[in-house]
Design a protein around this ligand. Sequence first.
Ligand SMILES: [Zn+2]
Length: 295
Amino acid sequence: MISSPLRFFVSTLLSFFMVGSAMAQPVKEPAGTPAEWSKPYAPFRIAGNLYYVGSYDLASYLITTPKGNILINTGLASSYSQIQQNMESLGFRFQDIKILLTTQAHYDHMGAMAAIQKSTGARLMADAREADVLASGGKTDYALGKLGTTYQPVHPDRLLYDGDTISLGGMHLVMLHHPGHTKGSCSYLFTVRDEKRSYRVLIANLPTIVTDQPLNSIKSYPEAVSDFAYTLQAMKKISFDLWLASHASQFHLHDKHHPGDTYTPYAFKDQKGYETALSELQKAYQEKREQDKKN
Ligand SMILES: [Zn+2]
């Protein structure tokens, strides 16, 4: 039993916190974000029922099914109308988005998420280890949290764990937990089909290092060293036909495709480019670890 003065105190305290969290922090995207990232970009069919609907550098992917569509990543807040227009110009309805996913809880992929979730009623599914940062609008991120609330907070309708499957209208996406860049960064592996054949597609969240702190002394992320090491190893073992990433620049979209090009799924094959990207990341990780020892 809680005595009534204490109960009063507890309920006052609770309402204080509830009011506190309801008074949302002002959302502010970092001023240093390159303008080029969010430039409009012509949407196109990548392979089968998979389409690029993002901006010049902030990749957003649409997977269409007879039961509605899946949208992965939402760019900045301003990307909302771009994504909507891109989808509509490809002949898809914005309201048919049924599932929302992200590759990481940073503002440049989460900007329009809350608004799209609200206007479409789609179910947001996210890596379980990202839930806390998502609920804070990025403020509790171990690296970018210092920038404050950088996107509208969201609450996933379903939490995902490594190897979980996301299914809709005959599509099955496997979520691969690839922590490091954020605690709940993840990639997606799935098969799409066109008139001729099927393609195993990897949307990779590459483990780039964005913190100035030594990896082995981040108080809010004691697993940073082992998470990066795990992800670098795990990513080497994935087999796929085509690969894509969270940023267009990471998979050299603009070398592989130009607006108006004819449909060419194999433009995104590039096994060698994937291996090069991973070995560069491995090197960056090792250099960071060397630096950490000197500090
Ligand atoms: Zn990021």
